[in-house]
Design a protein around this ligand. Structure first.
Ligand code: HEC
Length: 419
């Protein structure tokens, strides 16, 4: 556990390069591709949930409501999105996100590590030693206690029953009366659990071994790597399983023969999260580099990050270095008033404007009631100390432009491009 902790600290403390800032201000902890094959939701250690339009490569909405890292996402059958994490609260969002959740489920007293949805039910796994089975109709919950230590994963099996896995290395099956039965034991902590279509389960352990547990309880071990497994995703056909390990490996397995099909090679590793697109042709990953990336799930090849705006789409003839730095901002901010809805307000006319006053944009309360007038000095301060320090409570994700030359160039560019 100690080594794991230091690994985490190193990942989180890695200095930010300005050109890497294309959305989240921290590692991407969960990705949720939506059924329309166009939108994807991501959640991060930076406390934010972002709704992306993958086709446009733009962020459509940012929600910073959680007080801590957001670890898990789930899609509800009615199209709402559930998010949960460090604060122990579960937020249920209308499909477009919005400023405030439509509903909040409270009860866990520890960090929530995972969510799973099925019909009228949502299940959560938490580090308070319990799992909960929520009834979405009335917000009530059944508290499921039995694991010794953190519960790390929950899944609904094909027959609707709930299973959970945790630090104690057990996989438990929960009965309607809240009692549980241990159906498998790995003997070391389990981080991830997924239900297979044949009634079986796949579980990922800290030893890098993938455990395939048949409906009859028989367990087969597959060596997926040497590092702890952090995430699993099953494609919609149920034939392929993607496995992410904390050391950086992402592998895709054919389940029938437990055969390695692809090892992803490319930028953005290690990843914290992964999910097949609904049609199974793409695999989405969220990584320590704070990017949401897509991969060809049939070949294992990298396609690229979700928001990598081409330099040629930015106004030309302006400060070239600054335009390069602004690429980090362009996923969320347009420079002209006519660009259509994006996650952040457009920045046209920003110099001399009081914060939080662009008509028609739904600001956080912090910006709406603030009195900073934006100019080179105040915007410079915003990205030197960071929005979380200058405007605590803002929904703009945590980020800084640490390099003084980059910042000066960004300010020159903004002054020219927002006139
Ligand atoms: C992931 C999306 C995202 C990224 C990336 C991002 N911003 Fe923002 N930004 C926002 C959101 C959302 C707001 C509104 C914040 C609020 O209401 O609290 C905002 C607000 C602002 C404001 C205040 C606007 C006003 O009208 O008061 C400025 C200035 C700004 N951003 C500049 C930048 C710059 C420069 C960058 C790049 C270094 C950047 N932002 C990167 C989402 C983003």
């Amino acid at each position: 556990m100690r080594r794991f902790f230091w690994f985490l600290v190193l990942l989180l403390a890695a200095p930010a390069l300005a050109q890497d800032l294309t959305g989240h201000g921290g590692p991407v902890r969960a990705v949720l591709p939506l059924p329309d094959e166009q939108h994807i939701v991501s959640a991060s250690f930076d406390h934010a949930v972002i709704l992306w339009d993958a086709r446009a490569g733009q962020a459509r909405a940012v929600a910073r409501w959680h007080r801590g890292s957001v670890n898990a996402l789930a899609l509800l059958p009615d199209g709402r999105i559930a998010s949960a994490g460090e604060g122990g609260r579960i937020a249920l969002w209308a499909p477009g996100l919005g400023a405030e959740p439509a509903q909040v489920l409270e009860g866990h007293t520890g960090q929530i590590a995972a969510l799973a949805a099925r019909g009228e039910n949502l299940a959560s796994a938490a580090w308070d030693g319990s799992a909960r089975l929520w009834n979405l109709a009335d917000g009530s919950a059944k508290i499921l206690e039995g694991h010794r230590g953190n519960v790390n994963a929950v899944a609904f099996r094909a027959d609707g029953t709930l299973v959970s896995a945790g630090f104690d290395g057990t996989i438990r099956l929960w009965a309607a009366d809240g009692s549980n039965q241990i159906i498998a034991e790995a003997g070391l902590p389990l981080n991830a659990l997924i239900a297979l279509p044949d009634g079986g389960l796949a579980a990922g352990g800290v030893d890098g071994i993938l455990r395939l547990i048949a409906a009859n309880g028989a367990m087969r071990e597959v060596e997926a790597g040497a590092r702890p497994i952090v995430a699993l995703s099953l494609d919609a056909s149920g034939a392929r399983l993607a496995v992410a390990s904390l050391g950086g490996n992402v592998t895709i397995w054919g389940l029938e023969a437990a055969r390695l099909l692809h090892t992803l090679e490319g930028p953005g590793l290690p990843v914290w999260s992964l999910a097949f697109a609904p049609d199974g042709r793409l695999l989405w990953t969220g990584g320590a580099d704070r990017q949401v990336r897509r991969w060809n799930a049939l070949s294992g090849r990298a396609i690229g990050p979700i928001a990598a705006p081409a330099a040629e789409n930015l106004p030309s003839g302006l400060d070239a270095h600054g335009a390069q730095v602004f690429r980090a901002c362009s996923a969320c901010h347009a420079l002209t008033p006519d660009a259509g809805p994006m996650a952040g307000p457009h920045l046209h006319g920003i110099f001399g404007r009081r914060m939080g006053t662009l008509p028609g944009y739904a600001y956080s309360e912090r910006l709406a009631r603030g009195d900073i007038i934006w100019d080179a000095a105040t915007i410079g301060d915003l990205f030197t100390r960071g929005p979380d320090v200058v405007t605590p409570g803002t929904k703009m994700p945590v980020q800084r432009v640490d390099n003084a030359d980059d910042l000066a160039a960004l300010l020159r560019f903004l002054e020219q491009a927002t006139r």
